[in-house]
Structures are given as C-alpha cells and as structure tokens.
Design a protein around this ligand. Structure first.
Ligand code: PLP
Length: 422
C-alpha cells in the first residue's frame, strides 16, 4: 500500500489503524450509497431517459426533451414536484439568489434561522455591499436572523415566534466554513414543522450545498418547499462542468424559472448546448462520488484524531454533508496541510498553495485544489483562513483511494517539515 509515494512507515501504520476505526461508518455509507444509487437509477426510469435526452439544443431551446427530462430526474431524486437544473446557473450562489429573488417580494420578510448565511449570500441579501446593488434589501425585502443555540441546534421557540410575520424561513444545511455542526435532514424537518405550525403559508427554503445524497432523504422530503445547490459540488458527480439546480414546490420553481429567464417564458426556454450528457452522467455517478467524498472525510477525521488533532465531526458522528474540519493549531501546520493536499491532486500536484489576501476576508486565506473542473469542491480540496484556531476545511474526493492518499500526504508534509510528533 502507498508504495507510489514517499510515506513514512509510521504514517502508513496509523492510516491502517484509522481505516479500521472507520469500518462501521464505511458500512453505513455503503448502504446509503446503494440506496441513493438505486434511487437515482429509478429516477432515470421514471423520466424515460433515452439517447435523445443526452443531445442538446441551440437557440431558444423550445421543446428541449433533455432539459425537461433532467428537471424530472432531479425532481424525482429530491422527492420534489419540480426542478430547474441549468448550466446557466454560474454557481451555487447564483441558484440560491435566483430562488430568493424568484419568490420574495417587496415588504416580505426572510428569516435565516441558522445564523448568518453563507458569505457570498450577504451581498445578495444586502447585509453587506453597496447602497445600490439591486440586493433583496434594496428591493424592500426585510431580513432577520435567528442564531443557532450554543449547542448548535435550532432555536425552535424563536422560530415559532418569528414564523407568523415571515414569508420565508431560510436554513443552511451544511456548516459551510464555520465550526457549527451541520443540520441533519431530520432536524430540518423539525424546523419546517415548527415554522408551518406557526404559519401554514410560510415558505421553507434550504441552502442544500454540500448536503445532496449524503443521507437517504433530502430536505424536500421532510417539509422544505425549496432547495438549491451547485453542480460543481455533490450532484454534478465531478462530471458536470458547471451549473446549479433548484427543486421544490411546482409553483415556486415556476417563479424561479421566471426569474432565471423572464416572466412568461420561465423554464420553457433555454438551450442546453452540449452539456446534457455530462449533467446526466454526473447525477448518475453522484451517489458513489458523494460516498467517496464522505469516506475521505471520515478517514481524515479518524487519521487526524490518531495524530492528536481535534477534528469535527469525529469519525463516529453521523454526517449530513461532505465537510471535515481539522484544527491544526498553527499557521505553519495549516499551510503544510494544504501543501500536502495539493500534492495529492491529479491536476497541478506540483503547485505550492500560498496564503493570500482574498477580497472580502479579514485574514489571509489558503486554498489547495487540483481539480479537473476549476473550483470544483466535490474534488479533493482544502480551504482555510489564517486565524485562530487555524482550522482547515477539507472536502471532496472523487474516489476514496485517491482521497485517502491526499489525506495521508497532508500529514507526510507536516512530518517532513518537522511539524508533527509521532
Ligand atoms: C458552496 C456553497 C454555497 C454557494 O457557493 P458557490 O461557490 O457560489 O457555489 C452556498 N452555501 C453553502 C453552504 C456552500 O457550501
């Protein structure tokens, strides 16, 4: 094992030990992979996917069977009435923003109940950014935020109290780049029930990024009305070259279509060029690719735990997203971790990641990524701001064997730099 790389024998032994610790979790992941793989296959059957679906259109894209079939496949996987899956979503943020602008109107109140939303959405909402950017707040949408309780669980009482005045209750499933726990689909269901008991007409929307296919159920199967995410994360399966999706209640997805194109046309137009085959193939492979990413994260949790680091979540905790954080303790160790992950990349393995002053961040940021698709974080990657407690967020791994190699190389880099005591 690992004869292809220069790995210290002690690290090899620890890796074998870590993998043993992971067995029960891997068995669990294997069962979810099988369930979701067959769920996706049955969605292809229901939509009657044919060779013709894989070929795209040009121009207006009227009667694009492939596009409409892909919407059906996604809707069926997510247990939703309809979906909007498009390569013209430039990112997850764009899909989320389209959903928010699609359903919120001047005077409506949006209540985020998982604290601050993902960084990039702050300017969409208008919490941050210029005076006249066309943010939701510029258009007269009101925004409120309910923090998670100190133990990371939702504040159900505050949610019930806020729901009657809210048009939308908004949740983020994944921890994103924070150290709070991610929200399981079960917890999301409880939030949806709490909000709807207090206000039956409230719209429950979930930022589903990094969460797709990690559990057997999705938020739309437990009461969420609308979800959105990125195709260069989980549901693109590492194959879709770009894009995003929205899924949920039919009337709401229709409004999102109006926002993406224009009122009246909505999701009936939009050509698909040559991207359909990779989008179908991506969602088909996604259950297995997501399982590989989750296994890579669980392995990293066990391995770094054995190396004496604090990790969250642990290898034993159940998962609802693909993110793993490791508290490295010092800027030097953090940078070595990222250099090692970069050395494990199939593309640009010879590149050295360096911290830089990324716009919008108050500390320097370091990122490791060597991916087939630029910025794809379903591929093995690591990101971190250089600040206490020097936590690094690791995600992705198209295949478990290569993800595992990347994780071991990250520790080898620390060891080679004299930053690790064994
Ligand atoms: C990735 C992500 C987004 C969207 O980010 P993009 O880079 O625009 O795709 C939003 N929310 C969460 C939690 C994410 O992880």
């Amino acid at each position: 094992m690992m004869d292809f790389f220069d790995i210290d024998p002690r690290l090899k032994a620890l890796a074998a030990q870590a993998e043993e610790l992971c067995r029960p979790a891997f068995d669990r992941i294997g069962r979810i992979e099988e369930y979701n793989g067959q769920k996706v296959l049955s969605a292809f059957f229901k939509a009657g996917v044919s060779e013709a679906h894989l070929k795209g259109t040009t121009g207006y894209g009227y009667d694009d069977r492939g596009r409409d079939g892909l919407d059906q496949v996604y809707a069926s996987i997510f247990g939703a009435e309809d979906a909007l899956v498009r390569h013209t979503f430039v990112s997850g943020t764009h899909a989320l923003a389209t959903a928010l602008f699609g359903v919120l109107r001047p005077g409506d109140t949006m209540v985020s109940v998982t604290g601050a939303p993902y960084d990039t959405l702050e300017e969409t909402i208008g919490i941050r950014g210029g005076e006249n950017t066309g943010s939701l707040m510029n258009f007269g949408v009101k925004y409120r935020q309910i923090e998670l309780l100190p133990d990371g669980s939702p504040d159900y009482e505050a949610i019930a109290a806020a729901a009657p005045q809210a048009k939308m209750i908004y949740l983020q499933r994944s921890r994103g780049y924070s150290l709070r726990p991610s929200l399981s689909v079960e917890v999301i269901g409880r939030v949806a029930r709490t909000a709807k008991e207090a206000n039956p007409s409230v719209i429950v929307m979930v930022d589903n990024c990094y969460g797709e296919l990690v559990e057997e159920k999705e938020p739309t199967q437990v009461g969420a009305d609308l979800i959105a995410g990125s195709l260069i994360k989980n549901p693109g399966g590492g194959i879709a070259p770009t894009g995003g999706y929205i899924a949920g209640r039919k009337d709401l997805v229709e409004l999102c279509g109006y926002r993406l194109t224009c009122p009246g046309m909505g999701k009936e137009v939009g050509c698909t060029l040559d991207v359909l085959r990779s989008m179908y193939q991506g969602i088909f492979l996604a259950p297995t690719v997501v399982a590989s990413a989750v296994k890579t994260s669980i392995f990293a949790a066990a391995f770094y735990h054995l190396l004496g680091f604090e990790v969250t979540p642990t290898h034993e905790e159940s998962r609802t997203d693909i993110i793993q954080s490791v508290l490295t303790g010092s800027p030097e160790t953090l940078c070595a971790f990222c250099r090692g992950i970069q050395k494990g990349a199939p593309v640009d393995s010879f590149v050295t990641p360096m911290p830089w002053d990324m716009p919008g961040y108050d500390s320097q940021v370091i990122m490791a990524a060597g991916a087939f698709t630029m910025g794809a974080s379903i591929e093995l990657s690591a990101d971190a701001p250089l600040r206490e407690p020097y936590a690094v967020w690791l995600q992705g791994g198209l295949t478990y064997p290569t993800g595992k190699a990347g994780v071991i190389l990250s520790a080898q880099e620390m060891l080679s730099e004299g930053l690790l005591k064994l």
